[in-house]
Structures are given as structure tokens and as C-alpha cells.
Unconditional design. Structure first.
Length: 256
């Protein structure tokens, strides 16, 4: 299974996987039923989560809703540390994750807009370098595992800051590869997929983020809070929910 999933991720464009993967995995989920792990996003229980990743990780993907470790952690953070599920809000979700879309769409308190440059599932076709909304439009912005793909991450940050209302907040996650460099490395002259994978960790990445990521966000005007929920949870919960062991949630806010 690891080899199959790794092959599909490396060879089929994301926009096509988004259209069909959840249907195929819904069938596979039947064979993984159990009670050793539980997805907090959809409530499904399994004997183990599926492997996932181009360099495949064990116990990662929920076969029911397609949540990964980071998604399950974000969901718990939203439930335990925010008023996300109750506050009236207008939300922009950039490159929306399948595991969240139906859940967020159904929230009666949320005016929910999805946007992506290529996803067939998003409501708005959008280049994050030029967000087609007026300033001070949104209360919440989510943009996870996007900034490593775009030509100018700092312009994208400024655009998200612009469309947030004063006091608005967001979650802007990025991948970090160990050992994490002190400073972010980027070089747009590197265009070979093979060399990009070697330098940036994945063949469609254009930068390797470092420990300076919070400062990059602050330099564009955000207040940054590094939320460490996974370090606060009991070990049995981390295992039960299949959470990343060391992921920090980067919560950003626009100054009021």
C-alpha cells in the first residue's frame, strides 16, 4: 500500500487526485475498520490509518475523510483553543483540504469561501499573489502547505494580511524538513523537478522553510503565535488520533 500511494502522489496531478481519491478510499475504509485509532475530524475509527506521502509515512491518512496528521491536530486546536465553531465569521480557505470542506461549509456561523489556482473543488479560481477580494473582508484565513509552492511567499503573506479584517486571524502551516535550517532557502532558478526535490524536499516546492518562518510572517505585518497543542496532549491521545509528534501551529493575527 505504501508503494501504491507513493506512486500515485508522484505521478498524478493533485487536481485529479482530489476528484477521485475519496471515492476509492471510501471502499478501502471498510477493510480498515477497527478501534485502535480515531479521526477527530470525521469520528471514524480504524485499526490503523493508511500510509501517505511521496516518501510514505505509516499511520497517516484517514481513509474516510482523507485527513492527515496535521489536519487532525488543527481540528483539535480549533475545538479546544478557539471559538471557530461558534463565532460569526467570514472565512477564506486557500487550497482547501477535502477533509475540512464539507464540515466548514455546513457551519451555520460561517460564510465560507474556498479558493485555489487549479483545484476543481474550490469556489473561486485565485492566484494567491493577487487575491480578488477587498481589504478587510475576512475574519479568518486558512492557507496550509501552500507557501512553499508559490513564487513570492512574502507577497502572498501581504495579500492575506490585506484581506483580513483588523483583529482577524488565520492558520498558515508550512512543511518543515529535519534538520530544519536556520534560514529559509529559496532559488527560483532551480527548475528541475529532481533538483527541487533534492533542495526543497519535494519536486513542486520552490523553497525550504527554516526556523525563521515566524519572522518572515512578522516582517509582513502579522502577529504570530506559535501554538504547541500537541506537546500539551496526553501521549495516548497523540497516538489515538494519529497526530504529528512535534508540529507547531502557526496562528497569525492582523493587528486591530
Amino acid at each position: 500500500m505504501k508503494k501504491i500511494i507513493s506512486f500515485l502522489l508522484r505521478n498524478i496531478p493533485r487536481k485529479y487526485l482530489q476528484l477521485v481519491s475519496h471515492h476509492a478510499l471510501a471502499v478501502l475504509a471498510i477493510f480498515y475498520k477497527g478501534n485502535k485509532v480515531e479521526c477527530p475530524v470525521c469520528g471514524s475509527r480504524f485499526r490503523v490509518f493508511l500510509p501517505y506521502g511521496r516518501e510514505s509515512r505509516s499511520n497517516a491518512l484517514c481513509p474516510s475523510c482523507l485527513s492527515l496528521e496535521r489536519h487532525r491536530l488543527i481540528w483539535l486546536y480549533l475545538k479546544e483553543k478557539t471559538d471557530f465553531f461558534t463565532a460569526d465569521q467570514k472565512m477564506l480557505h486557500v487550497a482547501p483540504e477535502l477533509c475540512f470542506m464539507d464540515k466548514f461549509e455546513a457551519l451555520p456561523n460561517t460564510d465560507y469561501i474556498t479558493a485555489d489556482i487549479e483545484s476543481p473543488l474550490a469556489k473561486v479560481k485565485m492566484d494567491i499573489h493577487e487575491i480578488p477580494f477587498e481589504e478587510n473582508t475576512f475574519d479568518v484565513v486558512f492557507c496550509n502547505h501552500v507557501l512553499e509552492h508559490v513564487d513570492d511567499d512574502q507577497l502572498a503573506m501581504r495579500e492575506m494580511l490585506r484581506v483580513l479584517k483588523p483583529g482577524g486571524w488565520g492558520i498558515l502551516q508550512i512543511p518543515l524538513f529535519h534538520p530544519i535550517p536556520e534560514k529559509t532557502f529559496e532559488d527560483l532558478t532551480i527548475t528541475s523537478p529532481k533538483e527541487r526535490e533534492q533542495m526543497f524536499g519535494q519536486d513542486d516546492h520552490v523553497r525550504l522553510f527554516g526556523k525563521d518562518y515566524p519572522e518572515r510572517l512578522r516582517s509582513q505585518g502579522f502577529i504570530v503565535k506559535q501554538e504547541k497543542l500537541v506537546f500539551e496532549l496526553p501521549e495516548e491521545d497523540v497516538k489515538r488520533y494519529g497526530l504529528p509528534s512535534d508540529e507547531i501551529i502557526y496562528r497569525v493575527e492582523k493587528p486591530a
